[in-house]
Unconditional design. Sequence first.
Length: 261
Amino acid sequence: MKKLISLILTTAFVCAVSVTNAQDNLTGEQIAQRAHDANKSATGLVIKGTLTMKNMASGSNESRSAILLTVKQDGQSKALIRFTNSSYSGTTMLTIERTGKENLQYLYLPSVGSPRQIEGSDKEKNFVDTDFSNEDLGGSRIPDYSYNRLADQNFGGSDCYVIERFPKSSSSKYSKHVVVIDKASLLPVSVQFYGKSGRVVKTMKASQVRKVGNVNVPMYLEVTDIEKKRQSILNVADAQEKKVNAGYFNRNRMSARWAEE
């Protein structure tokens, strides 16, 4: 009987180790793809918050109210972000994922009156005087990088994957990104952006993750431009998984008012 129990325990242990090893055999690109595919809602997601831009040298700051709408349709994500007050009120960005092609991004400025397409060469440029780049807001794709997987680590009390991604474009101002991804939520909780000098020039951190419907949402997001001594901090006040009007995600309707405003 003791030998039988011992055999059962040994078999169970071997199976557990095999499952763990199977999970640990994920490549950096596979982890990046899993994170990319996670936390998307086919119903729709409505996020409202305040974006504060801080000048770390002078201590001055500026705040804007913002609304983010996202939905996953036909396997691809679409997203809209709009400022609803300040001198940037009505400024709207639309991002549309495309399989096998560059993601489409459009920027609508009320002062201009019509949306313009953001070209691929502009994806690393900042989004209207914030420290978020167009790439940060959905302009990048998995094939835009090559990947390495680094050793897993504990970050903020959570087990996390760690990957390096290297821009394939020689014109990129970054040499690599080191991305920490929470295993439970599959959200990136830390990103370090390395310049051509090999030094960290920008960081991104996410925290206060909350389950909203079937989606994990960070209620706090912070981007720090180390070189310019600036920070952009998004504090989410409300997040809901709810039906979003699919007609909003159209470049010809970027000036239309949303019911969610």
